[in-house]
Every structure is written in structure tokens, then in C-alpha cells.
Design a protein around this ligand. Structure first.
Ligand SMILES: C[S@@+](CC[C@H](N)C(=O)[O-])C[C@H]1O[C@@H](n2cnc3c(N)ncnc32)[C@H](O)[C@@H]1O
Length: 163
């Protein structure tokens, strides 16, 4: 294998009520209270020690149903094309997804989470804790996203999601 190719293996599976891709809200912030589970492969369960003390965790996963790579695209919140790396769209070269979800409880190898925006059956690649000291920034800019109002974002961000 060359130095720029890596083998990454899933470490579990993410389950959610989202069975239809086109109806999934586009970020956890639009998925308030939607529950899911993360089933970690048993061999990694030792790595969960002390995670229960964190209210939020990042899930990293593989957008396994993304069939293409688009370097320029119109993301859900915009009518303009943007570079893929200026968006969170799934059609990225390495198909890496990242969602910040609420950690409710852990039972054995199963993590119960809320605010999930991930398709049922998605392969899990990693879990990291949200750490306010490291991850919260003041005085930020959000590029083209700053041109979209919160109202417009919440309408378009929900897509067709119906409880
Ligand atoms: C805009 S992406 C953002 C995902 C993540 N929060 C991020 O920032 O990386 C969210 C959309 O990805 C799509 N999606 C979710 N799980 C997927 C999967 N396993 N494969 C392909 N697309 C998926 C759904 O259509 C969902 O609305």
C-alpha cells in the first residue's frame, strides 16, 4: 500500500429512525430530540471508559450511501454552488461525516444519543468527546452561511422531516 492510501475499518454501526435519505434534516441542530443508537463493536468497548461524563460527542462516520464526488455543488441551504470543502455535503472525496450529538446514556457497547442526522445503518468510524475548552470559539465567521437567515436555514434545514 502506498503512503497516501489507508485502510479504515468501521468500529460499529449507527442506528436512527432516518430510513429515507432525502427526508433527513441536514444537521443535528435541526434534529432536536430525534433519538438514535450507536452500536460499538464489542472489541472496542474498553475505550468507552469515562465517556459518560460528556454531554455531547462527535460521531465520525462514512457516508456509505453517497454515490458520487462533487467538488462544486449547491448545498441544501444555498442556491449558489460552493466548493465541497466550504460545505458539509456528503459527496466528498473521502465521504467523511461528522455529527455533534447529545449523549444520553451508555449501556455496555450501546450509546444512546439524541439530535441525530444520520441515515440508519451508517458505518461508524470514530467517537470523540465535545470539549468546550477546545471546541468553542468566539468571534467566528461562517462564510457564505452568514448570508442565510436563521429562519430560512431552519425551514430548508428540516427538509421534509415530519415527526
Ligand atoms: C449535509 S450532511 C451533514 C452531515 C454531518 N452533520 C456533517 O456535517 O458531516 C446531512 C445529510 O447527509 C445525508 N446522509 C446521512 N447519512 C448518510 C449516509 N450514510 N450516506 C450518505 N448520505 C447520508 C442525509 O441526506 C443528511 O440530510
Amino acid at each position: 500500500m502506498s503512503d497516501d492510501k489507508f485502510v479504515i475499518q468501521s468500529i460499529g454501526v449507527i442506528h436512527s429512525p432516518h430510513k429515507e435519505m432525502s427526508k433527513i434534516p441536514i444537521q443535528p441542530v435541526f434534529c432536536n430530540d430525534i433519538e438514535g443508537t450507536v452500536v460499538l463493536d464489542i472489541e472496542y468497548v474498553d475505550g468507552l471508559k469515562d465517556l459518560q461524563g460528556f454531554s455531547h460527542i462527535y460521531l465520525f462516520y462514512y457516508f456509505h450511501q453517497s454515490q458520487k464526488i462533487c467538488l462544486r455543488l449547491k448545498p441544501y441551504l444555498s442556491d449558489q454552488k460552493h466548493g465541497i470543502f466550504a460545505t458539509r455535503a456528503p459527496h466528498r472525496p473521502n465521504k467523511l461525516g461528522m455529527s455533534l450529538v447529545r449523549l444520553m446514556r451508555i449501556k455496555d457497547n450501546i450509546l444512546h444519543v439524541k439530535d441525530i442526522d444520520i441515515l440508519d445503518g451508517t458505518p461508524l468510524l470514530d467517537i470523540k468527546p465535545y470539549i468546550q475548552r477546545f471546541d468553542s470559539k468566539k468571534n467566528t465567521r461562517s462564510g457564505w452561511q452568514d448570508t442565510i437567515t436563521d429562519d430560512a436555514a431552519s425551514v430548508r434545514g428540516l427538509r421534509d422531516y415530519k415527526r
